[in-house]
Design a protein around this ligand. Sequence first.
Ligand code: ATP
Ligand code: MN
Ligand code: MN
Length: 301
Amino acid sequence: VVDERPDPSPTKPAASAVTISNRDRMIFPESKVTKGDLADYYQHVAGIMLPWTGHRPVSLVRCPQGRSRACFFQKHDAGSFGEAVHQVPIREKDGSTENYLWIDDPDGLVTCVQMGSIEFHGWGARIEAVEKPDRMIFDLDPDEGLGFAETKKAAEHLKEQLAELGLTSFPLLSGGKGVHVVVPLTPQAEWPAVKDFASRFAQALAQAEPERFVATMAKAKRKGRIFIDWLRNQRGATAIMPYSARAREGAPVAAPVSWTELRDLDTAARWSVTDGDALIARAASRALKGWGVADQVLPDL
Ligand code: ATP
Ligand code: MN
Ligand code: MN
């Protein structure tokens, strides 16, 4: 008799059809997280990860020998990942065309892990309209020495300034040091307009509080300040995807949070790949209801 009751152990992900070689390979030696564990994590969180990550050109941080060995950032591929990882041709700056990767199901995520991937970074546009961003993002990068408290306050400040312009935003813990302030957009304006808006918004904040914020790349100017990285908003730039693991110590993941929750957090690496159950439960919580969803376009600035 086949037992058709649901699996009583919520930690056990549904089996993937994708074969993982070297399941026991240590990807995060300090946390004893193996390639198999990482594949299981992505299989498990696929349902909450794919609504944002699916149908979007993605770049991968691949570390085939684990996070402490050589890693590389992969943007293009001509088909070596097999059928679960799709391709979308996109015009490059130089006029040539490259095949970018995109996925739309758990097998796609797990196949990337089989290929040695740890991190998933995504464009700010969907494959159906690569020229029209569906989000703007401000990546807050605190100078070394600044604590998470300053980063949180900065994120809150951006939220308020965006709200004054009529824009709803959501915080994403990067899993590293910072917070990303995510502004969902109805795909309408094209890259140059979104980049221009992001640039002017960031410059205005830095001009108003030069002791606190900086909006230029130059490292020298960052001393004791928070860099508002608005350059994630140019065509071809990527940002870490919600629920992606990070190739950093402790196997942290990027995690959506609410503005209220953010106030009580003391690190951007609060959750890790061992927290799949908690992340899934959180995603269904009242606090995260509607995270990343807002039907809005950029006002004139
Ligand atoms: P943290 O909070 O620690 O800053 P982060 O994800 O914001 O984490 P950053 O270094 O600020 O990390 O952001 C780097 C951004 O640049 C990422 O969003 C990523 O998508 C992109 N990126 C990373 N590596 C490369 C690369 N080799 N080439 C192009 N873009 C990259
Ligand atoms: Mn950052
Ligand atoms: Mn950055």
